[in-house]
Design a protein around this ligand. Structure first.
Ligand SMILES: Nc1ncnc2c1ncn2[C@@H]1O[C@H](COP(=O)(O)OP(=O)(O)OP(=O)(O)O)[C@@H](O)[C@H]1O
Ligand SMILES: [Mg+2]
Length: 269
């Protein structure tokens, strides 16, 4: 019995998202394309302009870092790209598909089958063990648990936590929980990985492991968008984009932490 993501009655999505789709929406479409993207929150009577007209292009197989001060809109941007929230203005395409044209069920499938999330606050299920948390996206997608068992074990090993497989989140440090959440995001080899401060709670050697993993999956063709405060982490990306007050404040090529730091200081001046 086929367990592929689009075998159960989503023909419209099939046409746009499945492998082998037409060139304009298929393999050559950018991972992300945002134009004039805005998000305004209403807090009581006050409008909070979290994003104000952001343009963003993320190439397939690239690793993009987003930096900026606290409150500059980084998480908001990631949530919009991940279809966890809706923009109040502008357009957004993920994998060549405009999100505003999708129904709720299609958005759910997109999140489930094409995206991997590493949240700023890890969102592990407290009653599941580490390995069960890693396997969760497979179970949600209706896969047999055995299907990804090997992959889950491999990912736990890659993030250095094989020995914690049977631990509950409460029995793990923040950094360990974060690494579990990264393994979980990678389980189903999503086209696009969205990571909010994935190294924020890690010591430098665990952080290096995680960045190496993100770098590797991008080099292998998945796309990564990572929010970070750490110029060293951002330096591992292909491109670093800066936000300030909900707007793009600049961008610099990655690959060199010194260049990222210099640019950051230039912006703050
Ligand atoms: N659900 C919400 N309701 C109201 N305001 C919000 C909401 N989410 C975010 N904001 C506001 O939008 C702005 C951008 O928030 P966002 O979380 O995107 O910032 P950030 O760049 O991720 O910051 P940090 O580095 O602290 O995580 C902030 O002013 C924040 O208070
Ligand atoms: Mg944030």
């Amino acid at each position: 019995m086929a367990t592929g993501p689009y075998k159960d009655g989503m023909p419209e999505l099939d046409a746009d998202l499945a492998a082998g789709a037409p060139a304009d929406t298929g393999a050559r479409a950018p991972a992300v394309r945002a134009r004039d993207l805005s998000k305004t929150f209403l807090q009581g009577d006050t409008e909070v302009h979290a994003l104000r007209g952001v343009d963003l292009d993320v190439r397939r197989g690239s690793f993009t870092a987003i930096m900026g001060p606290s409150g500059s809109g980084k998480s908001t941007l990631l949530h919009l790209i991940g279809a966890l929230d809706t923009p109040t203005g502008g357009t957004l395409e993920v994998g060549g598909v405009r999100l505003d044209g999708l129904r709720e069920k299609e958005l759910t499938l997109l999140r489930r089958d094409r995206l991997g999330f590493v949240f700023q606050f890890f969102n592990l299920l407290p009653t599941l063990t580490a390995i069960e948390n890693v396997l969760l996206p497979g179970l949600i997608a209706g896969e047999r648990p055995a299907r990804r068992a090997e992959r889950a074990a491999e990912l736990l090993d890659l993030v250095g936590l094989s020995e914690r497989a049977e631990h509950l989140p409460a029995q793990m440090s923040g950094g360990e929980q974060q690494r579990i959440s990264i393994a979980r995001a990678l389980l189903r080899e999503p086209d696009l990985v969205l990571a909010d401060e994935p190294t924020g709670n890690l010591d430098s050697s665990s952080g290096d492991v995680v960045l190496g993993l993100l770098r590797r999956i991008a080099d292998e063709g998945q796309s990564v968008v990572m929010v970070t405060h750490d110029p060293l982490a951002a330096g591992r990306a292909d491109e670093v984009l800066f936000l300030r007050d909900g707007e793009r404040a600049g961008e610099v090529a990655g690959g060199d932490p010194e260049r990222v730091i210099a640019f950051f200081h230039g912006l703050a001046a």
